[in-house]
Design a protein around this ligand. Sequence first.
Ligand code: URA
Length: 239
Amino acid sequence: MERLQKYLASCGVDSRRKCEELILSGKVKVNGIVIKDLGTKVTEKDEVLVNNIKVEKQEKLYYLLYKPEKIICSVKDEKGRKTVIDLIEEKEKIFPVGRLDYDTSGLLLLTNDGELSNMLTHPKKNVKKTYYAKIEGILLPNEIKALENGIILDGKKTKKADVKVRKIDKRNNKSYVEITISEGRNHQVKNMFNYFNHKVLKLKRIQYAFLDLKGMNIGEYRSLSIKEVKKLYNYVNNL
Ligand code: URA
């Protein structure tokens, strides 16, 4: 027996919170009866309908993709451009966990597990993400300090970050920097460097929580192991 909203989320209908809204708005029927009570419990033997369509448990899929640049990070693109979903063969109802910009490469998770995705992208959960950035100009010590302690972007201070300069190319006036953040605001890394007028020329996500791209080539993907999925749940539950 499990709560209806949890059951719906595990069938891939939507996140648990969205499923609660569906229930409260009278869109869910159990064995032919509209249920609006969030305490209701069901088993797989019950017939559950959402908007009069039967929903069923589905196998959970988890992929780690090494996203190339120039690929849209969404399920569909209205202009018909290639999306990250097009890169995965078994694309049954999977979606990206969070976003990477069109011109950003690197580690992206894709899944049909709405519950895990919801937790990983929740603003209250500070999932660590590390990026490798090639930036215009030489990053100065006071700028590093400010980026680490927080700067004001869109009227809100960024959370603590970790910044490591990996290489300085004085001749070409470029810096190569590793930055770890625990937020997921839009274009956050680019905006953080832009704050000090360092245009980001290339950006790659090299780590997400404890996962990295070791052994992978650009455009490749792999399934997460059961161990890694469990570890991700543990990671996010302990944040
Ligand atoms: N920050 C950015 O600016 N872009 C990304 O794609 C990810 C983080």
